[in-house]
Design a protein. Structure first.
Length: 419
């Protein structure tokens, strides 16, 4: 029996939909690899910001435009392309997006003018929704008792992709230059697209719905579901702080007293990989009914990470603590908030995800832009004080963000990591 899409009713699923094929172990590994490769493409630029700005003739204050365009592109893709995952065969949609992203990465590697690079970064980001489309696709092709473990594994893979993308870009950037990093990323992305095209099955139970109706439903959800609005605002702030920390540190660590090059910044970023373990742990806590407690704990951890930068602003101890705590807090917040909104309306999961993720990446793009500006105009301590202020607001808003009674989500396929 074919698995219905999360928000479709009996009248919208295509008649005569085939029995859902099984996602084999090899295909699942390929899906996980695709998630990691695609999400890493959005984060290679963060440790290379100064080099990219210099190569394009941008001032350090405008260096944040590069990651801003990528994050803005992801937000656009979430809003205008992700809903198509219920209507178009996901294998075709994903492989097409990956091929276009590979082309955009080639343009980024060859760009000598800032407008060309920024336009290509916007396109690459727009295609980056592959990372958020594939986990939902995978859960359609496995038995219900495996959905939680599969989604959790892919979520951990996404976080690994983010962390390794930053660190490997810093390390490889020293040897290959930032253009070489993007060229290598383009090759890897194209190879993954070609492999996916051969090994993953077609999508079962697609729906008959117009593109206009899919988009209109997003606005309706945002307007009528208060929980979705609250969750989206909270994660926009949380992910924004996450980006602000990493972009700020990428620029700060090249200044005295640290004076690190991109290779050593990449090596330092590897320490943040331990925050990946937060995703399955928080997912289990949320499933057991501790969503409110987990969300409050996540925001406290994020605030503690920014405070660590005050206590140890000129030390590696403070920097590493901030990396670990803010990474863990952002991951935990995302897991809990996704659990809450998916449990509220499981049949609307894809659309809820589109609204939530669009808001998340809008927050990420805004903070990516203002962090270098604040660092250039006001200095590092102003960035840290601003981070503490926003983290404090996040903590206050989180206190009553979720329903009064904790309850586990109706299923456990919610253990995905932060974007």
């Amino acid at each position: 029996m074919s698995t219905p899409v999360p928000w479709a009713d009996a009248n919208t699923v295509k008649a005569g939909a085939p029995v859902a094929p099984v996602l084999t172990g090899g295909a699942l590994v390929t899906v996980g690899l695709a998630c990691a490769v695609c999400v890493a493409n959005a984060y290679y630029g963060q440790p290379l910001l100064a080099d990219i700005a210099h190569g394009l003739g941008l001032s350090p204050r405008l260096a944040g435009l590069a990651p801003t365009m990528t994050q803005a592109g992801i937000a656009l893709g979430m809003a205008f392309l992700l809903p198509l995952g219920d209507r178009i065969d996901n294998r075709v949609l994903v492989t097409t997006l990956l091929k276009v992203q590979a082309l955009a990465l080639v343009l980024m590697a060859q760009s000598t003018d800032a407008p060309v690079y920024l336009g290509a970064a916007l396109l690459a980001g727009t295609c980056g929704i592959v990372t958020y489309l594939l986990p939902a696709y995978a859960t359609r092709l496995v038995s219900p008792d495996r959905r939680g473990s599969v989604t959790g594994a892919l979520g951990a893979g996404i976080m690994l992709g983010i962390t390794l993308g930053r660190s490997m870009a810093g390390i490889a950037g020293q040897a290959l230059g930032w253009r070489g990093v993007y060229a290598a990323a383009a090759v890897a992305t194209l190879l993954v697209a070609l492999v996916l095209q051969r090994v993953v099955p077609r999508t079962p139970a697609l729906v008959v719905a117009s593109y206009r109706s899919l988009l209109a439903s997003l606005a309706t959800l945002a307007r009528t579901v208060p929980l979705l609005r609250r969750a989206t605002v909270l994660q926009a702030l949380s992910f924004g702080l996450f980006n602000a920390l990493w972009i700020g540190l990428a620029l700060r660590l090249q200044q005295p007293p640290f004076g690190l090059d991109t290779r050593r910044i990449g090596l330092l970023a590897l320490l943040a990989i331990s925050s990946v373990v937060a995703a399955p742990l928080v997912g289990r806590l949320a499933d057991r009914g501790g969503m409110r407690l987990a969300l409050r704990g996540a925001t406290v951890i994020t605030l503690a990470g920014w405070i660590a930068l005050v206590a140890g602003a000129e030390t590696y101890t403070g920097v590493v603590l901030a990396m670990l705590l803010c990474g863990t807090g952002a991951t935990a917040s995302d897991v809990v908030l996704r659990s809450a909104i998916y449990g509220h309306a499981p049949e609307q999961r894809m659309r809820m995800n589109a609204v939530y993720s669009t808001g998340t990446f809008i927050g990420g793009s805004v903070f990516s832009l203002i962090t270098p500006l604040g660092l250039g105009q006001l200095g590092w301590y102003a960035v840290v004080v601003g981070g503490i202020a926003v983290a404090s607001l996040l903590l206050a808003l989180s206190w009553r963000a979720l329903p009064g009674r904790d309850r586990p989500a109706p299923n456990s396929e919610l253990r995905s990591g932060s974007s």
